[in-house]
Design a protein around this ligand. Sequence first.
Ligand code: BG6
Length: 278
Amino acid sequence: MTELKKLSNGFEYLEIQNDSATAKIALQGAHIFEYKRKGKDELFWLSEVSDFELGKAIRGGVPICWPAFGMNNPDLPQHGFARTSLFELVSSIEVDSDTTIVELRLTHSKESLKLWNYKFELTLKVTVSDSLNIELKTINTDEKEFKLTQALHSYFKLSDISNAVVKGLDKKPCFDALTNKNFLEDGDIVFTQEFDKVYQKVDNEIVLQDKEKTINIKSEGSSSVVIWNPWIDKCKRMSGMKNDAYKEFVCIESTNAFEDFVILKPKEEHTLKTQMCF
Ligand code: BG6
């Protein structure tokens, strides 16, 4: 069952329930902010002090960074404008009692053309089942080509950051955004300080291990992954986050970022997919 719900300030979201899982997706940003398998904990971290307000991105869940990741396009706001744009619900289909597929769409508007002068169709397809599948499809409906960088910026909930281990990035080329240095990763990743790195040439599954759970993440249409945790000082400066929130999550972001950008000619399309199992 999929229901359209509204907070008292008019902020709208979809609540999806089937026999295997529940999920909540805001119409603003097509932002998945909850996903829970039956009998399991929440998959995503969601800040208890997040805004749920038009024009402000939700802190947690899976923000869509589009059409630019970070400041890859300095003419756009950080992480682009999709996460604060209102999507329309295209369809919600009950495939069977365990599986619901929801599609939301954003197309260019007067406002978007002022920020980014391209016509586009952006569709998020979410399959809520005993795994979560997210597909972000961009179609260039303009007469000129455009460059795209993007991310499915997932905030994974942790028992504690000290218990988190990320596997699958050993020997991958990596750019450290904090030191501006390139190097090859060495071994599994653990967190003891601020972490903001983009890994390239990633074509394999990534595994996030927490104390009592293992999350498997597999992407398609992407060869880059960003791993981020703000740690103590940056966390205090972040909007929509309590001072010690950095202990509760790590972001593992399926991206087309930096050298892994996408060029779309008129009528061409690109889909960034990620599947999360736990
Ligand atoms: C990450 C970036 O993807 O997003 C970080 O690598 C950034 O540098 C973080 O701080 C959060 O960004 P924002 O815009 O949601 O505060």
